[in-house]
Design a protein around this ligand. Structure first.
Ligand code: HEC
Length: 169
């Protein structure tokens, strides 16, 4: 049964099978490359959120200002101070100061009590403003800074002092 023709036939079949396998291997290779070019990764990389994160990570740590040049782009952005509210003096008084000064609690000079205020008013408006803004510990008790209302401007607190003083002299 064996002979040159049998060997030839085996060889031809063998080469044919080998050729088909090689073709399949190439097909898989190019097919995979074509698919991988269109993976999710391309979408992920194009995502603006991701790009913003990357930009933040690779942001330069410093900037150089050159004398004589326009350096406005280099200017440090200073965090704006917390937004303080402007409030009329009588409203400030009504929202916090009244808690102590209304009834004269804890040694606070009572609103409208002329004798309690006379010596304090005599210190001058600047001292009263300063004590109300920064807080003050006197013989009578403790006046907290801004009466505890730190969300309003200094001017609002000073207006409240002026309001109390005007009603107590
Ligand atoms: C927790 C209570 C309390 C609150 C709230 C409070 N005060 Fe007073 N305040 C006091 C006390 C107590 C004194 C007196 C301190 C002393 O002389 O020993 C005082 C004193 C003062 C004085 C006189 C300071 C001086 O030099 O004699 C002013 C002005 C004043 N307060 C303004 C205010 C204003 C304005 C507010 C509201 C924004 C306010 N206070 C809220 C307790 C308070």
């Amino acid at each position: 049964m064996s002979g040159p023709s049998h060997d030839n036939h085996f060889f031809d079949t063998f080469m044919l099978v080998l050729g088909i396998l090689v073709l399949i291997a190439f097909g898989l290779y190019f097919g995979a490359s074509a698919i991988s070019a269109r993976t999710q990764e391309t979408q992920v990389l194009a995502d603006p959120m991701l790009q913003a994160k990357v930009a933040e990570r690779i942001r330069p740590v410093g900037k150089v200002a050159i004398s004589g040049e326009d350096n406005s782009a280099v200017a440090e952005t200073v965090a704006a101070p917390a937004d303080l509210k402007e409030m009329p003096g009588d409203q400030v008084y009504g929202s916090v100061c009244v808690a102590c000064h209304g009834a004269g609690l804890a040694g606070a000079p009572k609103f409208g009590d002329k004798s309690a205020w006379a010596a304090r008013i005599a210190q001058g408006a600047d001292t009263l403003h300063k004590h109300a803004l920064e807080g003050f510990s006197g013989k009578a008790g403790v006046m907290p800074a801004k009466g505890g209302l730190t969300s309003v401007t200094d001017a609002s607190i000073m207006a409240a002092v002026d309001y109390m003083v005007s009603k107590s002299r």
